[in-house]
Design a protein around this ligand. Structure first.
Ligand SMILES: Cc1ncc(COP(=O)(O)O)c(C=O)c1O
Length: 425
């Protein structure tokens, strides 16, 4: 393995040694001023795989040629279309096929899941999330509490790091569960926190949550396609994620959903029902009684949006080919290289707010520019003008995520080179 150095030749050496380097050519890389952009924003919107247009086009053609008959006679029949994704999605998140489905969008799925799995009682009514959770999650949780007639001031716990610490430690969550677990119905945390980039030890949190009798769930928006996951083995109750970030399935893509096998036959649990969750064998008898399918599919509401799902196929195929373990290996190197260059070259100007332990983060680094809020914003705009796409968070933070499927070590080198040109004395 090449040891990191600060010279440009090192980036080229790392790229030459990268066994996944060929995947970059399978994506459309946006261009800026005649050359490829330095796109470090896959944590927000992943790039488009080159196969995506073909997969969408083929469904459009089947619609033109066959219209309604494409439900059965299309090259990928629409009737069981969502099943094309099942095995691949299961591999991606470490699940059994029974446990996963792609449908709706993330916040919708969160509500559907909470409808089934957040069943407060007078004794056990609290929901735990992290302080500074993604706003949509907080709104969803808050509104679920109100739906049950509960007061978020009394039933919502927003965990924050203890004084002097930058991150919430798993041990603090365990302590909370020991102290108050009997009143907590649902522990819902991110796999990777969207703002700080902190990755949680999910297996450990599930163990602690279950010991206290809670349902344990994760928002994996920033973890799916970023970290190897073992949702089944970890015994996660449910998880939701979007497919437009690391999963590269396009803006507002159809989202992912996991519900553990333990709950697959739990038909007593209330759920919001729709015909696509009904037993496949008898769905088209169009009877009045809802007979849910076992597993994740039993929570489906509508027939799947084929044109919306098609891009996900292109992306899942790439994940299967590259393999999550190889991607993680490269990601550790790529983000490690970014951290190395920033620390070597800009120790005074850039503070890295994401955990420095590679085991506690994914691709993304969250950088504070020590240039004053106004100047920091200016630097961000200058980066954009120079062909770097990252993502800005008020008042002075830039998030950058080198993604192992399509980013190169040269991307990382060029980014730091441009940044240094703007902020180094
Ligand atoms: C952590 C997290 N949760 C929830 C959402 C909301 O997703 P959606 O708009 O797909 O419901 C996002 C979107 O970026 C997110 O990053």
């Amino acid at each position: 393995m090449t040891a990191f150095r600060t010279d440009a030749a090192c980036a080229a050496e790392l790229d030459r040694a990268d066994e996944l380097a060929g995947f970059r050519a399978r994506f459309h890389i946006p261009r800026h001023g005649g050359q490829e952009e330095i796109y470090l924003c896959g944590n927000s919107l992943g790039l488009q795989p080159r196969d995506t247009a073909r997969y969408v086009q083929e469904e459009l053609e089947d619609w033109q040629r066959l219209a309604v008959r494409a439900h059965f006679d299309g090259r990928r029949p629409w009737m069981p279309y969502h099943e094309l994704f099942t095995e691949r999605t299961a591999r991606l998140v470490g699940a059994l096929p029974l446990e996963v489905v792609n449908m709706n969008s993330l916040t919708v799925n969160l509500h559907l899941m909470m409808t089934s799995f957040y069943r407060p009682s007078p004794k056990r009514h609290k929901i735990v999330i992290e302080r500074g959770a993604f706003p949509s999650d907080r709104y969803a949780v808050d509104s679920q509490l109100r739906l049950h007639g509960l007061d978020p001031d009394k039933s919502l716990i927003e965990l924050r790091p203890s004084a002097g610490r930058a991150y919430i430690e798993e041990s603090e969550i365990e302590a909370l569960l020991t102290a108050e677990g009997g009143s907590i119905a649902l522990l819902m945390l991110p796999g990777v926190q969207y703002y700080s980039g902190q990755a949680f030890d999910m297996a450990r949190l599930v163990r602690a949550g279950h010991k206290a009798g809670c349902i344990v769930a994760f928002d994996l928006a920033h973890a799916a396609g970023n970290l190897p996951l073992k949702l089944h083995d970890w015994d996660v109750d449910f998880a939701v994620w979007c497919n437009y970030k690391y999963m590269n399935a396009g803006p507002g893509a159809v989202a992912g959903w996991f519900v553990h096998e333990h709950h697959a036959q739990d038909f007593e649990r209330p759920r919001l029902a729709g015909w696509w969750g009904h037993d496949k064998a008898s769905r088209f008898r169009m009877g009045p009684e809802f007979v849910p399918m076992a597993g994740a599919e039993g929570w489906q509401l509508s027939n799947p949006p084929v044109l919306g799902l098609a891009p996900l196929l292109a992306s899942l195929e790439l994940y299967d080919e590259a393999g999550m373990d190889r991607l993680r290996k490269k990601s550790l190197q790529l983000t490690g290289y970014l951290e190395f260059l920033l620390k070597e070259r800009l120790p005074e100007q850039v503070e890295i707010l994401t955990p420095s332990d590679p085991g506690r983060r994914g691709c993304q680094l969250y950088l504070r520019l020590h240039a004053g809020a106004h100047a920091a914003r200016q630097v961000f705009e200058q980066l954009e003008a120079a062909g770097v796409t990252g993502d800005w968070r008020e008042p002075d933070v830039i998030r950058v995520a080198p993604v192992p499927l399509y980013n190169s070590f040269t991307d990382v080198y060029r980014f730091v080179e441009i940044l240094a040109g703007l902020v180094a004395p």
